[in-house]
Design a binder for this molecule. Sequence first.
Ligand code: GLU
Length: 427
Amino acid sequence: MVKVRFAPSPTGFLHLGSARTALLNWLYARHTGGEFYLRVEDTDRVRSDKKFLDEILTDLKWMGLDWDGELVYQSGRFDEYRKAAEKVLGSGKAYREGDAIIFKVEKSREIVVEDIIHGKITFNTDQIKDQVMIKSDGSPAYNFCCVVDDAAQGITHILRGDDHLSNTPKQILFYEALESTLPEFAHIPLMMGSDGAKLSKRHGAVSVEEYKKKGILPAALANYLILLGWSPGEDREIISLSEAVELFDISDMGDVQSRFDDRKLEWLNAEYIKNKSTRELIPLLKEKLKEHGYSSNVLDKDKFEHLTKAYQVRFKTLNGFVEGTDCFFTDDYIKEDKGYRKYLSSEEGKEILREYARKLEGLSEFSVEAIEDACRRLADEKAIKAARIIHPTRVAISGKTGGASLFEMMYIMGQKKVLERMKKAAR
Ligand code: GLU
């Protein structure tokens, strides 16, 4: 049975690259009916923090991943590492240096890594110095405890980032010394930033947490990460986790680095938002509004649903929705200067607003149709195009030049607020 693991160090938030590694391991386990474990690499007691671990676990669950068995904490296994190191010491392949235990690397040997993604990669031990197993402070060195754990957990496939490739020959030496079965290795080409350099803070948001905050949906992020370096074929770009479980195979992964492209992710996210039912989308929008300090209760259930439908196709992220619809939830909405300059700086624009407001005031029923009809009537009377009324009105009530259909916006906002804002803008 395939057994894979994701081994985060809880020294920071979940980086997109790590999230991708976790996802690919999970997909491979679920595709093969195998098991996916989590191992917490918290040997660095100073930098490891429970708050990071909690966030990592929350983010993995948020993306739709689950794991098998209990978490393994390296901090709780120091005795095992010492025992294993002493076994190697006993076999004469290591020596002590003070309190440290060091593995003696045999010179001039070739070590071949048969990598599933990259093929055969050969290393020479002349390039590898003797390897610390246990440091003088009693803590294990990364390459050693990683092997002790992978062997103890019976890990069959190690899928991890390319940046670990140089660790692999050292780890292979430890497998030999511990007389453990070698797993298969697949080193995943790293994810680069848009400029081709390793994806880092410099490129902007790099943690799952930040994308969650921006209002990227978990399914869209997972979908995007899956597509980097792997394709379901037929130019398909939208794929759910469950479909990817069916189709994904690690051996189909390309050995080229991929570039992380924010715009592509946002495009995918927009597709996911568009395809959600209002029933699914509404709770997410309400949650986001709350995060931004707005109360969704200013609109009743029907109007909130109407708003969702009217804007669902217009936004790439949940935050985009909140920014674009702020005028429905606060009087302190974002006001675009250019709209005011273009449509409301002249007396003519203001006069149109006053006249339209007068017509709207007279409406007994403030329905989309009645609002639109009032606009058409005014346009006829003045022999002007409806657009000459629509543009200044939209800016007056929303501060924006874009948005949903004006008449729907006005209906959702309600007669009182609409008139208030139109009159204010006309002054
Ligand atoms: N803790 C290591 C990391 O976060 C794990 C490396 C591995 O998968 O072997 O990069």
